[in-house]
Design a protein around this ligand. Sequence first.
Ligand SMILES: Cc1cc2nc3c(=O)[nH]c(=O)nc-3n(C[C@H](O)[C@H](O)[C@H](O)COP(=O)(O)OP(=O)(O)OC[C@H]3O[C@@H](n4cnc5c(N)ncnc54)[C@H](O)[C@@H]3O)c2cc1C
Length: 502
Amino acid sequence: MYKTLRQISKNKKYDVIIVGSGPAGLAILDSLKDSSKRILVLEAGFKSFEEISQEIYSGETSGYPHGDIYLWRKRQLGGSSNCWGGGFIPFDEIDFLIESNGKKLWPITLEELKPFYKEAGIFYGVGDYYSIKNFPKIFKKEIPNIRQSYVLVNEKEKRFRFRIENIMNSSKNIDFCLQANVTDISFLKDNNRIEYLVVEDYSGLKKNLYADKYIIACGGIESTRLLLNWAEKYKHLDQIKNNLGHYYSPHINLNCGKIITSPNQILSTEYVNLTDEISCQGFFSYSFKQQEQNIYLNSKWHLLRESLKFSTKEYLKYIITGNMSYKQNIREITNKDKKVNRLLLDYLSANNETGEIYDLNICFDQTPTYSSSIKLTDKKDRFNLKRINLDFQISKDDIQKMKNTCTKVASLVGLKGIGRINIGDIDSYIQENELGFSHHTGTIRMSSDKSLGCVDKDLKIFGIDNLWVCSSAVFPTPSQASPTYTIMALAKRLSKNIKNEN
Ligand SMILES: Cc1cc2nc3c(=O)[nH]c(=O)nc-3n(C[C@H](O)[C@H](O)[C@H](O)COP(=O)(O)OP(=O)(O)OC[C@H]3O[C@@H](n4cnc5c(N)ncnc54)[C@H](O)[C@@H]3O)c2cc1C
């Protein structure tokens, strides 16, 4: 089923080349499989983890603490879906309304994306997200301005590489090549079209491969690194240079609060099975209005029964091997921390001995911050491409907005008699703990204005006629939601456009 680079004819011209076989690349492949297009998928990795491929992801980080970029993504068939949590959450309407200098940052709306969320949900195996009615709620009482929502997981099959066989069986027009690293591009003379991609395997074999259209789906950081390397060489990318690599956000993640609840206020905090295949977990958000965006940040709040304090080192076991269930792993880690919980429980529940204590996990949106960026360093990988430094920055305004949001949520929960929220010291927390890991957004952002972004609303690179990018890097803002559902909805939307183009 899979080919090597040696088996791919350099004389064949494809209609579409998809670079990368993570959730983005495979969602596109799934949509194009029943078209008459001749498609080539180029995947840099092997069928499973191999250090020779993963090593290419090594790089540096600076600024606010951030997870190691070698660890928190996978360069292999199926991409980071080999180790992801599998949680599917769509973006909120408010995410698409965010403005900067009076202009909306997202060039599309939630309504436009909804049909593609549906397609992506069906492909992932959780169906239509919006049709779920009986999702588990956290709070028994409704709280004004607090919205309860849910994340869906396909427990039966999270790994996208297992979907490839079905796709390949239903099409004769697809070539799928492993160990195929796209390292360079070449333009037609006096033209803004890419003529071919330069592709290299690990044995030193190098080939030029031709197509009409090219889609980069190499993940948020790696798609950016490739474009940054090419932008140093080719003036065709000059138009996007001002924005390329900037506005990085990892979808800020804090575990720095506690809630002690009054008796019988909490309905559900764990994943529950909706069907044999689909599980669902409740979360809540503060729903503020558009004009309040300068006060609050969109956020997602989970309650965790036991303290979810884990170091990257402990979590590694799961990430590297991927053979432990997420929940089992979390349980193992949290069991170690009971003593800390006990102390807090004693402290907070002096007047309320029957209450329960939970840790708070909060994911925050982030205001696009130019200085938060991915830049090339002088170190190079085996293919002579420059490695990167990821400099993660948060503005002071955003830190204040996080605090405002926490205070507001705490007061709403308290007023309703649900319990007391005790937010930790956010200033210290963000200096000392990794705040982002595996959700990499903003560095090739989409915009309706080419002076403000790198790709247009259809994900086509400004200034190049036949190059598209599909990844979380195109998100102008990261939202409170995890990225993959939206990446795949954009992939489905892009596929429709590609199918319809002559
Ligand atoms: C531990 C962990 C938990 C996560 N949990 C969640 C979650 O619960 N919910 C959620 O929404 N998201 C989650 N994520 C994030 C999610 O995995 C990513 O958003 C998703 O995998 C991105 O898909 P992608 O196809 O854009 O990129 P990737 O999955 O990164 O795939 C990119 C592919 O491109 C290939 N590639 C790279 N460079 C080249 C090249 N030069 N030539 C050819 N091929 C190349 C790579 O090998 C890879 O296969 C998690 C991630 C991690 C690491």
